[in-house]
Write a protein that binds this ligand. Structure first.
Ligand code: 5RP
Length: 217
């Protein structure tokens, strides 16, 4: 089973704050995400800057697209995104347009799983050409008392068994990673708990070591 990748979510409100995080973290990371907050605050400028500064990392634009799939995927990939997120609740026509636009530029779409969706719908996404999903626990739900547990693992496992490449995110801590042991997670995506420690690089190294402990190639 491949080692899960480590991705930081840059949910900053300014590009300079985001770049301060990547200055410390980038050497330890596989994937760098222009977070939804950063994209909304700064537009495509951040995607372009990350692409230019980090040519060897995968760059994600977490646009959480719900409409205008073709136009937004085109905008993100033109500015250097490798992967772009589309919401599971977006119309399939939006997803299809986004896939077409991203693939034209060598990019790939990821379906962000939030709220209500079904495995039957997920089968439809595969037909549209979507290969990646992100299983996401909302930060607001977690703040209201949610947590990671067995029920989440069952869903992630089933998605992987359906053939999706599954990334996971939402309030992840280093202690949660081992719950996914035995599941082929594509990326662990963390924002605050990678960016905010006093020594972010040491924290990222500790996450990588934890991943190596429970997964072997
Ligand atoms: C919010 C997001 C976040 O980027 C993602 O949940 C990771 O952030 P954190 O680890 O801080 O919860 O997509 O919608």
């Amino acid at each position: 089973m491949a080692l899960p990748l480590l991705q930081v979510a840059l949910d900053n409100f300014s590009l300079s704050d985001a770049l301060e995080s990547t200055r410390l973290l980038a050497p330890e990371l596989d994937v760098i995400e222009a977070g939804t907050l950063l994209c909304l605050a700064t537009g495509a400028e951040s995607i372009k800057a990350l692409r230019t500064l980090y040519p060897d990392n995968k760059i994600v634009a977490d646009l959480k697209i719900v409409d205008a799939g073709g136009e937004l995927a085109n905008m993100a990939c033109t500015n250097g995104a490798d992967w772009v997120t589309v919401m599971c609740n977006a119309a399939n026509a939006t997803k299809a347009k986004a896939v077409e636009a991203a693939e034209k530029l060598g990019g790939e779409m990821q379906v962000e799983l939030f709220g209500n969706w079904t495995f039957e719908e997920a089968e439809e996404w595969k037909k549209i050409g979507l290969k990646q999903v992100i299983y996401h626990q909302s930060r607001d739900a977690l703040n209201a008392g949610g947590s990671w547990g067995e029920e989440n693992m069952k869903v992630v496992k089933r998605l992987a068994e359906m053939g999706f490449e599954v990334s996971v995110t939402g309030g992840l801590t280093i202690d949660v990673l081992k719950l996914f042991k035995g599941i082929p997670v594509k990326c662990f995506i963390a924002g605050r708990n990678l960016r905010n420690p006093a020594d972010p690089a040491a924290e990222a190294r500790a996450w990588k070591a934890e991943i190596k402990k429970y997964w072997s190639e």
